[in-house]
Design a protein around this ligand. Structure first.
Ligand SMILES: Nc1nc2c(c(=O)[nH]1)N[C@H]1C(S)=C(S)[C@@H](COP(=O)(O)O)O[C@H]1N2
Ligand SMILES: [Mo]
Length: 411
C-alpha cells in the first residue's frame, strides 16, 4: 500500500502520513477478507469462520469512509499542493472514487433486506467490478511507486553485452529498473487476475440467458445416475423461457457425486408411511413444473428458473405427517448441510423437491440429482443434494442459521 500514499506523503505533514497508512491497512484488510468471501475455495473449510470474516469485512468497510471523509473535508491544502502533479491528483481521485464506490455498494449489500433485490443485485455487480478494476490498480501503483524502486543505486539494469564489450567505460542503461519492474508487475497481475476477471465478466455481465456457463456445469456433471428424468412438456422447452442470470456454485463441503448404487431418497421420522426410493422408483413420482426466482442473501439472483420436481406438500401427503410433528428437516447428501421448514411453510405450493432445471438434469455443482427449492425464501433454504426428509417434533437449527444467518429467510 505504501506506494500511492508514499508519494503524497513527502512533506505534507504528519496527519496525512498517518491517514495514508490507515487507508492502506483498511484496503489491505478489505481486500483480503473480500477475496476470501468471494473465493469458493475458502467456503468449504471456513464454515463458521466465514461469518466472522464477513462481519470484519462489513465493520472495516464501514470504517473506511472515515479517511475518505477526512480527506474530502480537511485535505484541501494537500489537494492544492498537487496542482503541478496531475498524475498524483488523478491517483487521489481514483482512490477516493474506489473507496466511495466500494463503501456505497457495500452498504447496500449489507442492508440487502431494506433496499430490495434489484438494488442489491446491482450493488453486488458494482462491488465486484470495482474490485476487479480497483484492486489491480492499487496493487500496481503501490508496488511501482514504492520508495525502494527509486533508490538511484538500483535504478538501472545494465546491458551485460555492453559491459563485456570493448567499450567498458560507457555502459548504457537499457531500461530503467522501474520501467522493467512495472512491466513485470503489470504482466504478473494480468496473468494472475486476468482469467478470474474474464470468468467473472462472463458470469456477471453476460447474463442475458446465460446458458453458456450452466452448460459447462452440466458438461462437468459428476453424477452418473441413469436414466435421465424425462421432462414434462412444460419443462422442454422451459415455460419460463430459461433462467436469467448465473448461479454461483456455493458449497460448504466438497461437491458430492452419486451413482444409482450410492443414491437413495428417504422420508422418515414422524410419518405414517416412511419410504426410501432408489433413483428409478423416485422418477416414477408425479412431478409438476414451476417458474420461480432464486435469491442468495449475498446479493445475486437467478430469475425465471423453470424447475420440475415433486411438490414437497405432495411428498408429505404421501408419507402421512403425524400430528405431533412440528418441523420438516432436510438433509443433504454431503453429510453436513441441513435446514428446516415449519409444517406451515412446507405447505406452500411452490416448495419443490426438484430434479430438472430448465428441462435438464440438475448438475452436481448445483445440487443435483435432487435439490430443494424454496422460492419465497433466501436460497440457503434450498438444500443441495437433498436425500432425506425427516419429520421431527422439536426444532433444529440449520447449517447457516447456526452460523449467524437469520432464521427468518423470507425474501
Ligand atoms: N448442501 C448444501 N446446500 C446449499 C448450500 C451449501 O453450501 N450446501 N448453500 C446454500 C446457499 S447459501 C445458496 S445461495 C444456494 C446456492 O445454490 P447454487 O450453488 O446451486 O448456486 O444453495 C444453498 N444450499
Ligand atoms: Mo446463499
Amino acid at each position: 500500500m505504501s506506494g500511492i500514499f508514499e508519494r503524497l506523503r513527502k512533506g505534507y505533514g504528519k496527519k496525512l502520513v498517518s491517514l495514508h497508512a490507515w487507508n492502506g491497512w483498511i484496503v489491505v484488510i478489505l481486500a483480503l477478507t473480500g477475496l476470501i468471501l468471494i473465493g469458493g475455495f475458502w467456503r468449504g473449510f471456513l464454515g463458521e469462520g466465514r461469518v466472522w470474516i464477513k462481519w470484519a469485512h462489513i465493520v472495516v468497510g464501514l470504517a473506511s469512509i472515515l479517511p475518505v471523509l477526512y480527506y474530502l473535508l480537511l485535505a484541501g491544502k494537500h489537494w492544492k499542493q498537487l496542482k503541478q502533479k496531475p498524475w498524483q491528483r488523478f491517483n487521489v481521485l481514483v482512490v477516493l472514487g474506489l473507496l466511495l464506490g466500494w463503501f456505497v455498494s457495500g452498504a447496500l449489500l449489507w442492508q440487502f433486506k431494506a433496499v430490495g433485490l434489484r438494488v442489491s443485485n446491482a450493488a453486488l455487480v458494482a462491488h465486484d467490478l470495482l474490485t476487479w478494476i480497483g484492486l489491480p490498480y492499487i496493487i500496481y501503483h503501490s508496488i511501482t511507486r514504492a520508495k525502494w524502486l527509486k533508490e538511484p543505486a538500483r535504478r538501472t539494469i545494465r546491458d551485460e553485452r555492453q559491459e563485456e564489450s570493448v567499450h567498458p567505460a560507457a555502459p548504457q542503461p537499457v531500461y530503467t529498473r522501474r520501467a522493467f519492474i512495472r512491466g513485470a508487475i503489470g504482466a504478473g497481475l494480468a496473468v494472475t487476475l486476468g482469467p478470474s476477471f474474464l470468468k467473472w465478466l462472463g458470469t456477471s455481465l453476460g447474463s442475458a440467458g446465460g446458458s453458456e456457463t450452466i452448460d459447462k456445469l452440466i458438461e462437468n456433471n459428476a453424477n452418473a445416475l441413469t436414466p435421465d428424468p424425462l421432462p414434462l412438456p412444460a419443462s422442454a422447452p422451459p415455460v419460463g423461457g430459461g433462467a436469467q442470470g448465473q448461479f454461483r456454485v456455493y458449497t460448504v463441503t466438497p461437491i458430492p457425486s452419486f451413482t444409482n448404487e450410492t443414491w437413495s431418497f428417504t422420508i422418515d421420522g414422524l410419518v405414517e408411511r416412511p419410504a426410501t426410493w432408489k433413483w428409478e422408483k423416485f422418477l416414477e413420482l408425479r412431478r409438476s413444473v414451476q417458474v420461480s426466482d432464486f435469491h442468495c442473501v449475498t446479493g445475486w439472483s437467478v430469475y425465471k428458473n423453470t424447475w420440475e420436481g415433486i411438490p414437497l406438500k405432495e411428498l408429505l401427503k404421501m408419507a402421512g405427517v403425524k400430528v405431533n410433528a412440528k418441523t420438516v428437516k432436510f438433509y443433504s447428501g454431503d453429510g453436513v448441510y441441513t435446514d428446516t421448514l415449519t409444517l406451515e411453510q412446507a405447505d406452500m405450493d411452490d416448495v419443490m423437491v426438484a430434479v430438472l432445471h430448465d428441462g435438464k438434469p440438475i448438475p452436481s455443482d448445483l445440487g443435483g440429482p435432487v435439490r430443494l427449492v424454496v422460492p419465497k425464501m433466501y436460497a440457503y433454504k434450498s438444500v443441495k443434494w437433498l436425500n432425506r426428509i425427516e419429520l421431527i417434533e422439536g426444532e433444529h437449527v440449520g447449517y447457516w442459521e447456526a452460523r449467524g444467518y437469520s432464521n427468518d429467510a423470507w425474501v
